[in-house]
Design a protein around this ligand. Structure first.
Ligand SMILES: [Zn+2]
Length: 288
């Protein structure tokens, strides 16, 4: 993946107008269709407004309309800078770090952080070929529950195609009736699935999957290709991020955080820099 430096950022986005220009050019790459003139016309920036006007009839268009930026009082460049910072490390940054770097209040930083994260959900339709399946427990702040072990932690279920995408969701428990339908919905039946010895997975072969189990109990972690190293790599990214960067996350927002790590994971080998990938999420037509 190409690295996108702060020098590059400052050059590409020196001010609000440059950010708005980027948004306009990416929303309407073939030019802006003016509803009044009923054709693609030239538009110019309206001074002191986040709008462009048709050269012929003066009709306004608003590049921020329908995006998370629409009703924000925060400057466009600060939003872009926040996305740059959130893309800049493997584990991301916290709202606290955004507050410090951007010089905004914690409330503003938190709101930006939450809204940028909300753009990073993904709708992965299916996984195939070799799919590793695993469950884990992630510490989160839940009212009224304290202590070690599963109590006070949230159960997360994950599936990853080797060399491919990951899907991870919060689940109420690890019973077969919870996990198996998720596998059935997302993993193609011709796939080989790799799991640990959790009895909940025993019925997978009846659904047509080739099922290989990793015998953690016998301390045989890797038998040939029967391993779950890929999904474990994803869990460690999520845990490093949540414990190390965010210092525990409220259970209410945990799925959102997991989605943003899934996004990073699924796009880690894309050619485009992570910042530009996050930025493209602002443009509905570039989301695919
Ligand atoms: Zn017009």
């Amino acid at each position: 993946m190409i690295k996108y430096t702060i020098t590059q950022f400052n050059k590409d986005f020196p001010n609000d107008d440059a950010c708005l220009e980027w948004l306009k050019n990416n929303r309407w790459p073939d030019g802006i269709y003016c509803k009044k003139c009923q054709r693609i016309t030239k538009h110019h920036k309206v001074s002191n407004r986040s709008a462009y006007a048709c050269d012929f009839c003066g009709n306004h268009i608003y590049p921020m309309a329908g995006t998370i930026l629409e009703h924000s009082a925060t400057s466009l460049r600060l939003w872009f800078h926040a996305m740059f910072l959130m893309a800049s490390t493997r584990c991301g940054v916290s709202a606290k770090q955004l507050q410090r770097e951007l010089g905004v209040t914690y409330k503003t930083a938190w709101r930006m952080f939450k809204q940028i994260r909300s753009m990073l959900d993904e709708d992965i339709m299916s996984l195939l070929e070799e799919v590793e399946i695993d469950e884990t427990y992630i510490g989160s702040r839940k009212p009224g529950k304290r202590g070690r072990g599963a109590a006070g932690k949230t159960t997360v279920f994950g599936m990853t195609q080797r060399n491919g995408n990951v899907i991870a969701v919060i689940v109420p428990n690890v019973q077969a009736k919870t996990l198996v339908p998720i596998v059935k919905e997302k993993v193609l039946p011709s796939s080989t699935v790799y799991t640990d010895e959790l009895p909940s997975y025993f019925s997978l072969h009846r659904l047509g999957y080739k099922h290989k189990r990793v015998h953690h109990a016998n301390k045989v972690y890797v038998m040939g290709d029967a391993h779950t190293n890929t999904i474990e790599g994803f869990w460690s990214l999520v845990k490093r991020g949540i414990d190390g960067v965010h210092h525990a996350v409220s259970a209410k927002y945990l799925q959102d955080y997991i989605n943003s790590y899934s996004f990073r994971w699924n796009h880690r080998d894309d050619e485009q820099a992570m910042f530009l990938q996050i930025l493209s999420r602002l443009v509905p037509s570039l989301r695919a």
